[in-house]
Design a protein around this ligand. Structure first.
Ligand code: 5GP
Ligand code: MG
Length: 182
């Protein structure tokens, strides 16, 4: 609900302009290579769709659904929901996520990929990177926007599974936080 948004950080047009730039860079970097994109779902589904349509390379796409328990469980364990992982042997892998926060999610996925898959290379692309101290030492190779430490929703990002369909990225107000609190 629009009335639940305290402020808009990035309008859709701003996001899409930035995706044009990111896609240009990624296209240049992976020209002539066997690219496999792995999107971390659900949060990156809109980012994935908008970014990949701007990359005119013959790539493969796979979505990985993960759930993280940090917040309620401080061990920060990541649960992989798939039983079968994409075969990325010899391929150049680009991981897509909505936001780099503590780094736990991307760290776990990188570890898992490095251990099992034998990818030719592995890079990370995130739409947002939060300015916080990371629990794990990971960084992203491609970053849409650096943001302050605020909880954001929209453009794929949720608050208790709501607000993913907002076309822009914004910060929730008290009303929104209360409306869908668990
Ligand atoms: P990390 O594992 O780096 O701490 O966090 C990554 C995941 O936490 C993201 O993929 C996202 O699902 C969630 N997350 C972290 N910060 C935010 C935020 O500000 N808003 C929303 N909606 N999700 C966030
Ligand atoms: Mg989430």
């Amino acid at each position: 609900m629009v009335s639940d948004i305290a402020k808009v950080l990035y309008q859709e047009s701003t996001i899409l302009s930035r995706l044009d730039e990111m896609a240009r860079q990624i296209t240049g970097d992976y020209k002539g290579k066997e690219l496999t994109v792995i999107a971390i779902l659900n949060g990156s589904f809109i980012f994935m769709a908008d970014l990949l349509r701007r990359i005119p390379l013959p790539l493969q796409v796979d979505g990985w659904s993960v759930s993280s328990y940090h917040g309620t469980n401080t061990t920060g364990r990541i649960n992989f929901r798939q039983t079968q992982l994409a075969d990325v042997k010899g391929r150049h892998v680009l991981l897509l996520d909505d936001i780099l926060d503590s780094g736990l999610t991307i760290h776990s996925i990188k570890e898992r990929l490095e251990k099992e898959a034998g990818a030719a290379s592995l890079r990370v692309c995130v739409l947002l990177r939060k300015n916080v101290e990371r629990v794990r030492h990971v960084d992203a190779d491609y970053v849409g926007f650096d943001i302050p430490n605020e909880f954001v929703v929209g453009y794929g990002l949720d608050y208790n599974e709501r607000y993913r369909n907002l076309p822009y990225i914004g910060v929730l107000n008290e009303e929104g936080i209360r409306r869908y609190a668990r």
